[in-house]
Design a binder for this molecule. Structure first.
Ligand SMILES: Nc1ncnc2c1ncn2[C@@H]1O[C@H](COP(=O)(O)OP(=O)(O)OP(=O)(O)O)[C@@H](O)[C@H]1O
Length: 637
């Protein structure tokens, strides 16, 4: 995410910029207090004590006749300086220790963590007061003591994040290419720890302000006559009954500053959140009238509405300041009930984003628009995140590519399988367990009851994928989306999982959208096929027809480059070139640059889908009835 995008996201949240502006004003006031304050903070007119606000003293005077506004401005200096001292000490001690201990582990880590737990177990202020008793009172000394306690918090946070990052493949990858520990921690681990650390820092600033005020109130922090919000409160308390107004300025200053830090911290946290945002599919008028209402082929059983009807689905991502590019453009298709529809295309053609868009799970800052997405008679375009959540898991199940990454390593299979049954299905623990056993039986996992107590790492890839399938089927969905369900598995296991999917589809009678770059999977499973290229559907039709007689050169190229189980002379044919980046395909046919059948007209204007007897194809030359099957056209050049 670019700095500009981050700034835009920050400004989009209403409370965050307000909180940011308020904090900026507090910081400026603190810095410029000697210039801005109308009176010196520590000298007053003893003849005019405890006055209410007036033209001469906008916030009145305190019990010694000092100007409250001026003391408030100098108090901001004390508050921010105190919080800053504590936070800097915390980061200087906690960050390097957390990084090193989390990464190296062993006995130093164990000892440090026991000490951290002991410090954490004691009340915060008690520890601070004990340290101040040793160091002596005074603002900097007391906040240094607070900084040491904060350091323990930072250490625990950073260590936890490093422990998680240490297991990631990118860290192993960085080690493999020869990074030394220091560089590895600095370059590869620290950036992943930074978001949580920044949020923690804003929270520490907020509590730092409260702690400074408390310590100064108790006489342990800022010493009179210096101004601090805490000792202003202490002064006010002495005459609370006679002059209650005196407590208000410092009280509000503390409350508003702490609130602003917390709101700002929340905004920063949301800024770094990577999950899908609102999950809303925006309804949009169809942007252009497609020549045909393309369907994925295969005659629809008479009188039956398709389960899923998608029209003009587009997804865009930002490509630069104020610019977006479509990674999926104008996709329209129907998925009939009890049908299996395959979606194929090279890597980067937009298959997964299409599936995520249907589920309302395109990650921020992606934007989804569609003229209509009708699922089982209900309109999902424009539906709220809540409505989509109700459908996900219950009526639409999803199977992802890498089962061992999709399952949570911290929980047993039983816990993960029963969770949706209890949360979505409202079953009791006993009912959910019985159903979980049935589900594991359904996906042909033996000794199901025993396996429920096992953790994901105790399953092979194929077995874990069966568990994922069982989870996806737990609520008996009407639609199953399988995104590269066999890509992470070896060939023999792939076959077993495909057989299982086919059998389950027949048993349960659900519709399946299977996404893959492996035509073999589609040939094995699907009734209908959609071929996607650079974000557009380029051909749709029944699997049988498309495999026998592709009507788009790209489909033909994909089929020609499919390894077959028969002797072949020479190299495997391949489509030359690569999929263009989003927004860089040129004005005409997006496949033109790689197409051996290209003619000048192909490069001039966008090519629409043309309806065929069975399905549709996005090719100007489709009417010429070219066969596109000359393998020599695709022979690696
Ligand atoms: N979060 C994102 N931010 C920006 N661009 C993205 C994001 N996710 C996907 N894209 C872009 O969208 C395009 C389509 O990606 P998608 O993952 O759908 O392709 P795919 O056909 O499923 O490929 P694969 O088979 O490798 O998964 C790619 O150009 C990709 O770079």
């Amino acid at each position: 995410m670019t700095a500009g995008t981050r700034l835009r996201r920050l400004l989009a949240q209403k409370a965050t910029p307000v909180a940011g502006l308020f904090l900026a004003a507090v910081v400026l006031t603190a810095l410029l207090a000697p210039l801005l304050a109308p009176y010196p903070p520590d000298t007053g007119d003893l003849l005019r004590p405890s006055e209410l606000p007036s033209a001469g003293h906008w916030l009145g005077t305190d019990s010694l006749g000092r100007d409250v506004l001026s003391r408030l401005m100098y108090g901001a200096r004390a508050a921010l300086l105190a919080a800053l001292v504590a936070v800097v000490i915390a980061v200087l001690i906690g960050l390097p220790l957390g990084l090193v201990l989390g990464y190296l582990g062993g006995w130093p880590d164990r000892i440090a963590m026991r000490v951290a737990e002991a410090v954490n177990a004691m009340p915060f202020l008690l520890v601070a007061i004990t340290l101040i008793a040793i160091l002596g009172p005074g603002l900097i000394k007391s906040m240094a003591a607070v900084g040491v306690i904060y350091a323990v918090m930072v250490l625990r946070l950073v260590r936890g994040e490093v422990l998680a990052a240490r297991e990631e493949l990118y860290v192993t990858g960085a080690l493999v290419v020869g990074n030394r520990t220091g560089r590895l921690l600095w370059r590869h681990v620290l950036p992943n720890v930074a978001p949580s650390l920044i949020v923690q820092i804003t929270a520490m600033f907020a509590t730092g302000i409260i702690v400074e005020a408390t310590l100064s109130y108790l006489g342990l922090g800022t010493q009179p006559p210096d101004a601090s919000w805490g000792n202003m409160l202490a002064d006010a308390q002495a005459s609370a009954y006679d002059h209650p107004f005196l407590a208000l300025p410092a009280g509000f200053a503390i409350m508003l500053t702490v609130l602003a830090f917390n709101l700002f911290g929340d905004g920063v946290r949301d800024l770094f959140a990577r999950e899908a945002t609102g999950s809303v599919l925006h309804a949009a008028p169809a942007r252009r009238v497609t020549q045909v209402t393309e369907r994925a082929g295969g005659p629809e059983p008479a009188g039956e509405e398709p389960l899923l009807r998608v029209r003009d689905l587009s997804v865009s991502f930002p490509t630069g300041p104020g610019e977006r590019a479509d990674v999926v453009s104008g996709v329209s298709f129907d998925l009939g009930r009890r049908r299996m529809l395959g979606l194929v295309g090279e890597s980067g053609s937009g298959k997964s984003v299409t599936a995520m868009a249907l589920l309302g799970l395109v990650p921020d800052p992606g934007r989804v628009t569609a003229a209509t997405i009708t699922f089982d008679g209900r309109e999902l375009a424009g539906a709220s995140g809540r409505e989509l959540r109700r459908i996900r898991g219950r009526e639409v199940g999803v199977v992802f590519q890498d089962p061992l990454k999709a399952l949570n390593p911290a929980f047993t299979i039983g816990t993960q399988l029963t969770e949706p049954l209890r949360v979505l299905g409202g079953m009791s623990a006993r009912e959910a367990r019985a159903r979980a056993v049935e589900l594991l039986d359904l996906v042909r996992i033996h000794r199901a009851a025993e396996r429920l107590g096992h953790y994901p790492h105790q399953f092979s890839g194929g077995m874990a994928q069966r568990v994922m399938i069982a989870m996806a089927l737990s609520m008996t969905p009407k639609l199953l989306i399988a995104d590269e369900p066999t890509t992470a598995l070896d060939v023999t296991v792939q076959g077993e999982v495909l057989d299982l999917l086919r059998d389950l589809q027949a048993e349960i009678g659900m519709s399946v959208l299977v996404i893959t770059h492996d035509q073999g999977v589609v040939a094995d499973l699907a009734d209908d096929l959609m071929v996607m290229y650079a974000g557009e559907l380029v051909e749709t039709g029944s699997v049988r027809r498309v495999f026998e007689r592709p009507r788009h050169p790209y489909t033909a190229g994909l089929l020609a480059s499919m390894p077959r189980n028969r002797p072949r002379a020479g190299r495997l044919p391949a489509i030359p070139g690569t999929v263009p980046h989003p927004g860089e395909a040129g004005p005409g046919c997006r496949f033109a640059a790689r197409c051996p059948f290209v003619i000048d007209r192909c490069r001039e204007a966008p090519v629409e889908l043309t309806a065929l007897g069975d399905g549709a194809a996005r090719c100007l030359r489709v009417a010429e009835q070219l066969t596109f099957d000359g393998t020599e056209a695709w022979t690696a050049r």
